[in-house]
Design a protein around this ligand. Structure first.
Ligand code: ADP
Ligand code: MG
Length: 300
């Protein structure tokens, strides 16, 4: 099987490389081509996942695929953009057909779920597995949510439970193929595309929580030149996380762990999501009763 046969067989499948209203040319020419009507903005974001760094060695290829797409599309959700297609750069140590089959099945499932087809890419051989995805999405012109719009007096919201991704990490590092319970949150986070469409007309700023709530909210504070007071008692934690680790460690994961892929946003008022605090003057995030130190935090 040469490179072209590999691309045709595993990446150019109808349930993965499907078309939509914006795609003029998908896989098979020198470039993929979008036709974007002038009343839309095109948003794009690139993520690279390295085996042994962003997911464990020997993880299930189906799970690697679903995780790769979810974490990439999460950036589109953060802008309230609707996905229209992604490209895939993949470096493979070998042409393992069974591995490729499971990987492309995972891609196809996620591509269908997010209605985001594979439109092109590049395939190379190399010493270790590296996956780069560029995702593309659209909003009405000027309506993409940014980190810079928060105002003093706004409230701070999150879309759902935090901490599950960080709580799952020690489990999948110990057992890379575990993909049920908390581990499912690691391999199959749901990018909040649907949720972002509900808040897009209310939110003044937004991002996806990938590096831990405090660090990510600080990005909004910096971009918007505001501060925040967060009430830790209002932070939503899953029952599973609290049962597995106890409430103190669960909150620690929620505040400083990563890999949640929920949205954090500010709004004057919003009926969707969970309010966890308010925007104040200043430049930093304060968490009530918690002493935040460099690279983590102390107390409880
Ligand atoms: P070129 O030599 O012009 O870069 P390639 O031989 O790399 O073209 O790719 C041929 C076609 O297959 C192109 O349309 C490219 O976008 C597509 N392609 C290559 N690798 C992938 C991949 N991993 N996923 C999706 N499409 C791919
Ligand atoms: Mg190429």
């Amino acid at each position: 099987m040469n490179e072209f046969q590999l691309i045709k067989r595993f990446f150019q499948q109808p349930n993965l490389a499907f078309s939509n209203a914006y795609l003029r040319q998908g896989i098979g020419d020198d470039c993929a081509t979008f036709n974007i009507p002038s009343e839309y903005d095109l948003h794009l974001s690139l993520d690279t996942l390295v085996e042994g760094v962003h997911f464990p060695f020997h993880a299930n290829p189906f799970d690697i695929a679903t995780r790769s797409i979810a974490v990439s599309i999460s950036d589109l959700a953060a802008m309230a953009a609707v996905p229209i297609g992604f490209t895939l750069g993949i470096t493979l140590p070998s042409k393992d057909e069974a591995w490729l089959k499971h990987f492309s099945d995972g891609l196809a499932q996620a591509a269908e779920f997010y209605q985001c087809p594979l439109i092109g890419g590049d395939t190379t051989k190399g010493p270790s597995l590296v996956i780069s995805l560029q995702v593309h999405g659209i909003t009405k012109a000027g309506e993409g949510l940014k980190r810079s719009g928060a105002h003093v007096g706004d409230k701070v919201y999150v879309s759902s439970n935090l901490g599950d991704g960080a709580g799952a990490l020690p489990l999948v590092l110990k057992e890379p193929r575990l993909n049920t319970g908390l581990a499912e949150e690691f391999y199959k986070p749901i990018a909040q595309i649907e949720f972002s469409q509900k808040i897009k007309d209310h939110a003044t700023s937004c991002l996806d929580v990938s590096d831990g709530l405090i660090q990510d909210l600080n990005h909004i504070c910096t971009a918007s030149n505001v501060g925040m007071n967060i009430n830790p008692d209002l932070i939503p934690l899953s029952q599973l996380l609290v049962e597995t680790y106890g409430s103190e460690q669960a909150l620690k994961y929620a505040l400083t762990g990563g890999d949640d892929y929920q949205l954090a946003y500010t709004a004057k008022h919003c009926d969707h999501g969970i309010c966890i605090g308010e925007v104040i003057a200043g430049g930093r995030v304060n968490v009530l009763g918690v002493d935040i130190i460099e690279g983590g935090f102390q107390h409880f």
